[in-house]
Structure formats: structure tokens, C-alpha cells
Design a protein around this ligand. Structure first.
Ligand code: 0RQ
Length: 493
């Protein structure tokens, strides 16, 4: 599996090769395929150095979020000064919101090109998980591709975590290509989600490899909660809407590929799509393949999926490895500049299904910042898909924190997806189809269909009291619900 051409080091020895203030690019797109042993050792090293009163912090870029060994351990050790493009770690989030880590929240499709052109400076070291490396520099990646091909190409030095746990055959699903840089970039030729346009491996200049660290570890994935009443209600509205679009001819009879975001509601929606007799067998063109989609692949309801990462349960990983001939024909793992490529999303007619933290009565959506300030995870790939989708759907529960928060508000405190990119808004209360509606009609529909009944009269009154214009707002009062929440812990008090 490993080539003896490269220095075989322990994780601790490899961590010694990374210097204070280095810019370090690590593999990982969700916890799938994330570097594990080296960041854990780096965290220990940082703690030891800090105890001696010595500085040690690195700047970290990854494909997307990662597992506990990377973001949690490094954040807890105060070992990170700068982080991009996305994270979902409680410890990292706390450091960011305390102003101790500078965090750059980015569209995931932009990451490889930004690194390739040095927008953030030179990558000193890449730490990449792989299942095999050959003497001539072919790197077979594991459960995600992310931005690893570009990190391998651009980094000065490379450390490979050679993980023997994931099946080596996972890379049969990989389809890796780094598009030519602009202005000579050819049009992306993807006529079908399962079309192959690349190779099964990434390439590295073998002379850059300073260490190979052997590991045997599963991805550090959390579980999914089984669908509850709320997520089933949201899923029900989405499925009814899409089946009506299909029967009315606004979705072609063979259906369109789906993108589904992260989390339990997204998982429940995917499951309900599979359960519905009104939805034909379908395809996915997505960035994260979660457990419900894997079940649908097995049953055949999902005809195939293009993704950037496999966010699967450990038992599903075993099943995948045992049935690789079946799954390898139905799944493609792509780098994030292809899985999230705006041109591909537009060309294939992807239906984008993403989650918001809050939405306003005119249809802007906030996916990232609680009350406009505290980061949750980041925009991730939601913007890549929402802006370019055939149909862009956002959902969230109508209330949070037991009703103290309405997720439908007069004005979003932070906008990730503006009204032009949000065509359908859904909560457990109902679905607001916003297509063709001018602002006042959008407000009426969102309040009636999506807002929780406890907040509807407040929101109607807000519109009524607002200054008459194309978009009716009252700049003195548009954040009153948020101000109440900050003062009293509840929006309506
Ligand atoms: O708080 O954790 O204390 O209970 O926020 O809320 O409802 O569990 O939401 O886990 O589905 O995540 C938008 C964050 C939703 C996610 C977001 C509180 C709520 C709870 C979490 P607790 P839920 P989910 C592909 C696509 C952006 C990236 C993306 C996300 C916690 O989906 O990160 O889409 N999306 N990527 O109580 C204050 C509000 C709130 C609120 C909820 N309005 N105000 N708190 N909460 N609404 C993947 C990738 O890109 C890799």
C-alpha cells in the first residue's frame, strides 16, 4: 500500500516538521477523509510549546468542515490563528466568536482556485489523508476529494496520512480533474451527473513528500437523529411541491438531480423523496452524500450520485466496501470546484435543498450568523448551489429555542442568500412558492405559509406599519424581535 520511497514517520515526528505561523492545508470535506493523526499531534505539540511560553499557531485551510481530531483538538489547543472556508466544530466556533481565530467564510467552489492563485499566500505544508501513494506521486484519496488535489499541487511540502481503514477501492469512485486556469479554461463538459471527466487519483510531485504517517482510523462522523415530526412535516411539504411541479410539467418527466445540504432535516427530506410514490427514481448532484441517500442508492430509488464526500455511518462504510462493484458504478467523488461548480449546477438543472437559520418576510436567508453576529458553521456550498439552481428551496423550523425565536423575521440580520436566489421557503407550517411574486406578495405568502402562528400577527403588523415603497420596511423597528431577544431572551416579550 505505501511506497517505501518516502520517509515513514510517526504523527508526532511529522508534526515537528510544521512551523509556527505556517499556512497548512489539510484534507477533509465534512469529517469524511479529514486528516486526523497529524492535527492531533500538532495540538499536543502546541499545548507543550504554550506551556513553555513559546508561540505556536498555524493558519488552516481545508475543503470544508472536518472531524474532532482536526478542528476541535486544534481549537482547544489554541493552535489556530486563521481558518477557512467552513467549520462545524463547537470548540472552533467558540474561538471564532471570541475573536481568537480569524475565520474567512467562503463559497466552497472558490477554495481551490483561491489557493491555486495564492489569494491567501503560499501553502507551506499540505496534510492529506490517502489510501495509497505510489513512488511516482499518484495519490489515491479516501472518503472525500475536497480541495486535496489542489493542495497537493500547490503546497511546498506534503505529509500523507496513509490510512488503511477505508477501502482502497473507494478511489475507484474518484473522478479528479483540476481545471485549466483562466483565461484558457475550457467549458466544463458534464452532460450527466455520473459522467467521468478525470482520473481516479490526484498527482503530487514526489520530491515534495516529507513524511508518510501510517494510520488506521475511521472518519469521526456524528450520527443522524431519526426524522421527527418537524423534519417530517418539512419533508412532506417539499415532496408534495416537487411532485406537483413534476405533474404540472415544470420539472421534466425523468426528474432533475437533487442537491441536499447537511443536517437532520436535509437527511429527512432525502428519505421522504425516496419514500414518495409520486417521485420517479432520481439522481443527485450534490456535495455531501448523507446516510439517507446511501439507503436510497441501495434500494435503487437513487439511480446514482455525484458528490464530494461520503458522510456515511460506520456500518454503511462497511457495506460500501463489501459491495463496491454495485456502488462504484453509481457514485462519483469529485473535487469541490467540480461538485459545486456553478456552471454544472445550472447546466444539469439541479434542485437545491438547503437549510437556513432565519429567513425574512421578503425571502432573504441567513444560513450562518445567529442574530447577525455569532457564526454557526459557514455558508459552505449552499451558495454555490442556491444561486445557480433550477429551483432553489430553503427550509428551517418556524421557531427555535422552544418558541423564543421566530426564524421568520422582518429583516434578516445577515444575508447569505438574497431574495433573487430563494424561490421556495419551507417550514413545518407550510411552503411558500415565491416565484413571480413582488415583495409585498412575498411577505404575505411567507408570513401565512411559513411563520409560526404565534408570530404571524406581529409580522403582518410590521408590514402594515412600514413605509410604503417597493419593499416595505421600517428601519427603526426592523430588528425589534432581535433586540427583544438580546434583552430578554425571547423575541416576543
Ligand atoms: O441550537 O444546537 O443549541 O440546539 O441553531 O439548528 O435546527 O439543529 O439546524 O443542524 O439543521 O443546521 C443552517 C446551521 C442548520 C446548517 C444550519 C439554533 C438551534 C440549534 C442548529 P442548538 P438546527 P441544523 C452543504 C450545505 C449552511 C451550510 C450549508 C448550515 C442550532 O444547515 O450550517 O447549507 N448551513 N451547506 O436552536 C438562533 C435562529 C436559530 C437558532 C436555529 N434563528 N436564531 N438560533 N437556531 N435557528 C454542506 C457543506 O457545505 C459542507
Amino acid at each position: 500500500m505505501s511506497s517505501n520511497a518516502f520517509p515513514q514517520l510517526t504523527a508526532e515526528e511529522a508534526a515537528e516538521l510544521i512551523n509556527d505561523n505556517d499556512f497548512v492545508a489539510m484534507s477533509g470535506f465534512t469529517a469524511a477523509g479529514a486528516a486526523k493523526a497529524v492535527p492531533r499531534a500538532l495540538a499536543k505539540r502546541a499545548t507543550a510549546l504554550h506551556e513553555e511560553g513559546k508561540p505556536f499557531q498555524i493558519r488552516v485551510i481545508t475543503g470544508a468542515s472536518t472531524g474532532a481530531s482536526l478542528d476541535d483538538r486544534l481549537a482547544e489547543a489554541d493552535a489556530v490563528s486563521w481558518r477557512a472556508p467552513y467549520q462545524s466544530s463547537k470548540a472552533m466556533r467558540q474561538k471564532i466568536n471570541a475573536g481568537k481565530v480569524a475565520f474567512v467564510d467562503m463559497h466552497l467552489s472558490h477554495v481551490p482556485q483561491s489557493v491555486l492563485f495564492g489569494f491567501f499566500g503560499k501553502v507551506n505544508v499540505a496534510v492529506i489523508e490517502a489510501s495509497e501513494i505510489t513512488a511516482d506521486g499518484k495519490v489515491f484519496l479516501t472518503t472525500s476529494i475536497g480541495a486535496s488535489p489542489t493542495f497537493l499541487k500547490t503546497a511546498d511540502k506534503v505529509i500523507i496520512e496513509l490510512n488503511k481503514r477505508p477501502s482502497r477501492r473507494i478511489s475507484d469512485m474518484a473522478d479528479i480533474v483540476i481545471p485549466e486556469p483562466p483565461p484558457h479554461r475550457p467549458a466544463l463538459s458534464l452532460q450527466h451527473p455520473l459522467q467521468r471527466i478525470g482520473k481516479t487519483y490526484a498527482q503530487v510531485d514526489p520530491s515534495k513528500i516529507i513524511a508518510v504517517v501510517e494510520t488506521d482510523e475511521a472518519d469521526e462522523l456524528g450520527g443522524f437523529a431519526p426524522p421527527d415530526e418537524m423534519s417530517e412535516a418539512i419533508a412532506g411539504h417539499v415532496v408534495n411541491f416537487l411532485s406537483k411541479e413534476l405533474s404540472d410539467g415544470r420539472i421534466p418527466p425523468e426528474f432533475l438531480p437533487l442537491q441536499s445540504g447537511v443536517g437532520n432535516v436535509a437527511n429527512a427530506v432525502t428519505k421522504s423523496m425516496g419514500d414518495s410514490p409520486d417521485i420517479p427514481d432520481f439522481l443527485m448532484y450534490t456535495e455531501v452524500l448523507q446516510s439517507a441517500a446511501f439507503d436510497l442508492l441501495r434500494s435503487g430509488r437513487l439511480r446514482g450520485a455525484s458528490t464530494c464526500a461520503l458522510t456515511l455511518m460506520p456500518e454503511q462504510m462497511i457495506e460500501l466496501a463489501d459491495n463496491m462493484n454495485y456502488f462504484a458504478n453509481r457514485m462519483i467523488l469529485r473535487p469541490q470546484e467540480i461538485s459545486n461548480n456553478p456552471a454544472a449546477v445550472r447546466q444539469l438543472g439541479v434542485i437545491a435543498l438547503n437549510t437556513a437559520l432565519e429567513a425574512d418576510i421578503y425571502g432573504h436567508a441567513n444560513s450562518t450568523h445567529v442574530s447577525g453576529s455569532a457564526i454557526m458553521n459557514g455558508i459552505g456550498g449552499s451558495g454555490d448551489f442556491a444561486r445557480n439552481a433550477y429551483l432553489s428551496v430553503f427550509f428551517c423550523p418556524s421557531i427555535a429555542k422552544g418558541g423564543k425565536i421566530s426564524t421568520i423575521v422582518p429583516m434578516c440580520t445577515h444575508v447569505d442568500h438574497n431574495e433573487h436566489s430563494v424561490q421556495v421557503m419551507v417550514t413545518e407550517q407550510g411552503l411558500a412558492d415565491l416565484r413571480g411574486l413582488a415583495p409585498e406578495a412575498r411577505a404575505e405568502r411567507i408570513i401565512e405559509k411559513c411563520a409560526h402562528p404565534d408570530y404571524r400577527s406581529y409580522l403582518h403588523q410590521y408590514v402594515k406599519d412600514s413605509r410604503n415603497s417597493h419593499i416595505k420596511h421600517d428601519l427603526e423597528h426592523c430588528f425589534d424581535l432581535h433586540k427583544n431577544l438580546a434583552k430578554t431572551g425571547s423575541m416576543l416579550s
